[in-house]
Design a protein around this ligand. Structure first.
Ligand code: BEZ
Length: 255
């Protein structure tokens, strides 16, 4: 998994678009009362709670202890477990596994293990419903940030896995699923915090890109990235940044 420090408070305060957009994926999941649902990479627990509101019995798991602690504090009545998507096992079977904006943090080479774990966690008629960054997601932002770090003489590589639709649906199907719906679409996403939106996004999510830099160098890189992207991603009228998100969304049924 990309080396990322999860400041759960900041995540909740300044990046609520992550779970606000995730509401669409919950609708696609269409949780039924009494169904057992596993929320994989539940973050601070907001979508887990939304699923519970449908009357489902839901368990949230996340690899970052900061996230599950915050989720428990946000929703003390719900169950959250600290577990890695590549290693989790469950005693009980679930009717559905759900995941929003989490899978792209897991490196390419580990996805077969994750998909096997997901399949093992499901009943024979279970489904896997998820959204992640798809091919080309945040390409302008990632490219500008990596190039600016490299221009200062440091190494920096792309920390996320954003697969193409055909690549990932084939991968899912090789693990005992039938993909019944899949779509890759552009979703420019307005960032919180106005003029500071892009800087805050990079501060929150760019740990691995900036790993070699000290604080001053990181601030300098972020300013350079803002200068490069202002013309394409900043709207001067509303004074907001829009990240160049591309989403890969799918429904897969155990077969
Ligand atoms: C995303 O949800 O697409 C995303 C979030 C943070 C970093 C990279 C991608």
């Amino acid at each position: 998994m990309a080396d990322q420090d999860w400041a759960a408070d900041d995540y909740d305060d300044g990046h609520d678009f992550v779970y606000e957009y995730g509401g669409d994926v919950v609708e696609l999941l269409d949780p039924q009362p009494g169904e057992r649902v596993l929320d994989l990479g539940c973050g601070t627990g907001h979508l887990t709670a939304e699923i519970a509101d449908y009357g489902a019995e839901v368990v949230g798991i996340d690899a970052a202890a900061e996230m599950t602690e915050q989720a428990r504090s946000n929703y003390p009545d719900l169950e959250y477990r600290n577990a890695d998507a590549r290693e989790f096992t469950t005693d009980e079977e679930f009717d559905a596994v759900f995941s929003n904006a989490a899978l792209h943090w897991i490196p390419d080479e580990d996805h077969d293990t994750v998909l096997e774990r997901v399949h093992n966690a499901l009943t024979p008629a279970g489904r896997f419903v998820a959204e992640m960054g798809g091919n080309g997601n945040v390409e302008q932002i990632a490219t500008a940030a990596i190039e600016e770090v490299q221009a200062r003489g440091y190494e920096s590589t792309h920390p996320w896995y954003f697969p193409a639709l055909g690549e990932y649906t084939s991968r899912i199907e090789s693990h005992g699923f039938e993909v019944t719906r899949a779509v890759l679409f552009d979703r420019p996403t307005e960032l919180d915090d106005g003029r500071d939106g892009l800087a805050n996004w990079l501060d929150m999510f760019g740990d691995s890109i900036f790993a070699a830099l000290d604080t001053d160098e990181q601030a300098d890189v972020i300013e350079a990235v803002e200068d490069r992207l202002r013309a394409s991603l900043f709207d001067p009228e509303t004074e907001t940044w829009a990240a160049d998100y591309r989403r890969l969304r799918f429904v897969a049924q155990c077969d």
